[in-house]
Each structure stands twice: as C-alpha cells, then as structure tokens.
Design a protein around this ligand. Sequence first.
Ligand code: HEM
Length: 499
Amino acid sequence: MASISTRQYLLDRARRRFIPTINNIPGMGVLERQDLAHAWKQKVLAEPPAGSGLSPVIGNSGLPILGHTLGVFRGGPDFALQLYRRYGPVFYSAVPMLGSVNVLGPDATQVVLFNKNKDFSQAGWQPLIGPFFNRGLMLLDFDEHMNHRRIMQEAFTRTRLAGYIEHIDRVVTAAVADWPTNDARFLFNPAVKTLTLDIASMVFQGHEPGADDALVAKVNDAFTITTRAGGAIIRYPIPPFKWWRGLRARKFLENYYFERVTERRDAKATDMFSVLCHAEDDDGNTFSDEDVVNHMILLMMAAHETSTSATTTMAYNLAAHPQWQERCRDESARLGDGPLNIESLEKLESLDLVMNESMRMVAPLPFVMRQTVRDIAVLGYYLPAGTLVMAWPGMNHRLPELWSEPDKFDPERFAEPRAEHKKHRLAFAPFGAGAHKCIGMVFGQLEIKTIIHRLLRRYRLELPRPGYQPCWDYGGIPMPTDGMPIVLRPLGHSGDAAS
Ligand code: HEM
C-alpha cells in the first residue's frame, strides 16, 4: 500500500497555496462581488436591422481588463446564474480579450444546442482550446462533423465498450488497492486524475500498466498541460507560460501519435487508437493519419478531466452523505468482487442517482462555446454573424424553477415519480445535447461507476473533518482547489471499517 511522504505532502500544500491563481490571490472575492454589484456602463452588441422587431443584446465590460473572467473562473455556473437573474437570458460580456454573448436558461440553451437551422458553429471553441485540439471531433462542423462522428462511432459500440470494461476494471482494481488508508492527507482528486490517465493509457493507447512507464508519464503530462492551457490568462505563446507550454505539449503529442500510426494500421489490437486506425462507416470511409492523430488528442482531453471531476464530486458526496454511501455499498455488495461487465454495472441504480446528482451540482463541462455563422435571433435578440456564444447548460442545473431546493444533495430527485430532470429538455445536460452530445457518455459513466464500485467494496469514505466542503476552481474543468482530502477506512469482513 502506498504511503504519503511528509515532504511530498508539504510541497503540494505549498504549491496550492503560493502559486497564484484567481482563487487564491487575496482580494479576488471582493473584486468578484464588485463586478456583480457595480452598475457598469451599458453597451450594445449590434443594432438590429430596422423593422426586424428584434431587441439588441445589451451588456457591459465588467471589471477593467478582467471583465467577468473572475466570476466565471471562481463561481462557474453560480456566477452565470447571477448574470441570468440580473440581465436575463441573453447578455453581452463585452470583454476585449474574449467578448461573447452569454446564453442562459433552458429555452435559450435549447436553441443553441439543438441548432435546428445550423446557425451555430463549433468555431466558438477556437479561441479557448483551438490551437491545442485542432480538428478534433468537437471542433468540426455540420456535414464534415457528421461524417467523422459516424466513423468514430465504431470505437463506441456496445461490443467495444464491453471490451474496454475489462481493461478499465483491471487498472482500477490494482490502483485503488494501493491508495493510502486512514490518512487525512490523502488527496482524492490528484489520485483519481492519475488513475483516469492510466486507464486512458491502457484503453486508448494499449499501454500495459508498468510497461513504458517513463514514456507514459511524458504523454500523460503532455495531456494535462494541453487540457489546462485553455484556461491561461496570458493567451500568447510566451515562455514559460501556460499557452506556450500547451502548444509545446500539443507538438509532442502529434509526434507521439504520428510515429505510431503506421504500426497500428498494420496490427489488429482493441485499444481505441488501433480501433480508430481501422474504423470505417457503412460507406467504407476511413480516417487519414492526420484525422487519427487529431481525434486521439481531443479524445484523451475530453475523456480524462471530465471523468476525474465527476468522480471527485461523487466521492465527496458519498463521504458527506453516509446513508447514500451505505445504500450504494449494499448494491455493490450484491455484485460482489467478480469481473464487471455492462450488465452488472447497469444494476448499480443508486449509484446512477448519485452520479446524476453529483454532475447536476458540479457539471464537469458547465458551458459550451459556439459562433454564429449568420445574422440570427435567439429568443427575439439580435446576434450578428461571427458572434462568440457561451451557452451554459450547467447553469440550468441550479434553477429553482426546475429543481426543488437546488443546493441540496438529493439524488432521489432523478427517480420516478419526481423525475425533476424531465421538466425541460435542457434541465439536465451534463453531456451536452444535439449533434455534439458527448460521444463518450456511456464510456465515461461505466468508467466512473467501476471506480466508485471498487472503492466502496474496499473502503468507507470519510470527510477529513466534520462539515468539510471543497472549494471549486472553475478555471477549466471544475477541480477542488485543495485536491479534496478524503479518508479511506479499510472495511473489515463484516463490512465495518477496520480501525
Ligand atoms: C463525466 C464525463 C464526461 C462529461 C461530463 C462530458 C461532457 C461532454 C460535453 C458537455 C460535450 C459537448 C461539447 C459541445 O457541445 O461542444 C462533450 C463532447 C464530447 N465528449 Fe464528452 N464528456 C465526458 C466524458 C467523455 C469521455 C469518457 C469521452 C471519450 C472516451 C468523451 C469524448 C467526447 C467527444 C469526442 C466529444 C465531442 C463530440 C462531438 O462533437 O460530436 N467525453 N462531452
């Protein structure tokens, strides 16, 4: 069993405390409150065409230089909710760096995500993550996107998913058995992040655990850097800052995959990289080498931090709500310790409720970006062609109009007869909606359930102290700023925690 060295622990604490971020620099909370309280000068995005009957989108620049970035990075969907209450469903954030229109509330997000008239392009992601995830599936549009998605679907059929579970379970079972116990210094979030990266190494790239450790560590590092680079404050390639590091990491990953594509095309393995090299749609269309490389880089990004965030929130909720933990453990006990498959994981219904409720409260991807391809109207507001749009499905998760006591952890709200998630098509959309809805949704759900099932079979999860609550950093995919300590108490044979 791994143990935590005091040196390592103190270094991590110092890093979290002293490396400046929007969450730990003193005074940021005050500025965030000022941003919301101040009556900023109103700005109009664009005058609607005469006689159109449309309203102009109104907004403001918020704080000098920072605009509303502080609120978005610190409060995420809670900040968006305050904007919604104050300014309504369509609000112009006139920030020089990344001016965009916030589209808020279920009706407005539905217009954007279902995109009936193909008015919204994925080019909206470009200023945020474009240079790092160039031509990944999420950045493609319309016919080209549909064609690529059809080919990629081959990697996500039920048969393929069934094959992945065996590998996921093997990596999870070994990792979880090695996590430090009875130690309030154990940080759940980085541990589960390493785990999801190890799963991805095995399932996506076919690296056996323990083989090529140095290379796997370099690849994983590069993924972490590219994924976080989109949240850079300095958005130019200036060494040694995040944006520059992200571009270097992207180059490293391109070389890594290009060097291996030919070898994968010649072999018949079942990892996702090999599957993409051989995937074809019903008409026999396949991916070029460039396509495979671009899709692999986005897939790794899309897969690991989202699953890490959701698993972290679930672990917290289970530790904070022991009655739900016991209920989920009882279901896991019925499955026992044998090999897992899709059917057995589907039986963990209470865990589904907890997973949904956790992603409702902390959506791993609370907003999505789009760009208007022509002059359009959203709920009667005029948006000219080329407008950057930030739609917030994760904010709908917090609306009291849709959810009873939205701040309360209450997984039963997803069960019949309450089924609060059915009140609106966009009430609950942690995986998005429409043509770009997450292709890895089932993969992610199976992965998360495997991790939590194996944890519940071995340990009781406890908070580091009574009343502990993590603080979330929304400057990217939400992660707890302190790494989220969780105490793992080994279970005795009777199911009680051994001392
Ligand atoms: C809890 C886990 C996950 C969450 C919450 C999540 C969330 C999302 C969301 C909200 C989108 C829509 C983005 C948009 O509309 O622009 C998306 C797209 C996508 N996700 Fe996931 N995701 C998760 C796990 C995964 C996994 C495990 C994979 C791969 C194995 C994956 C691969 C993708 C890809 C490729 C897209 C782009 C789909 C397209 O544009 O057609 N995701 N995800």
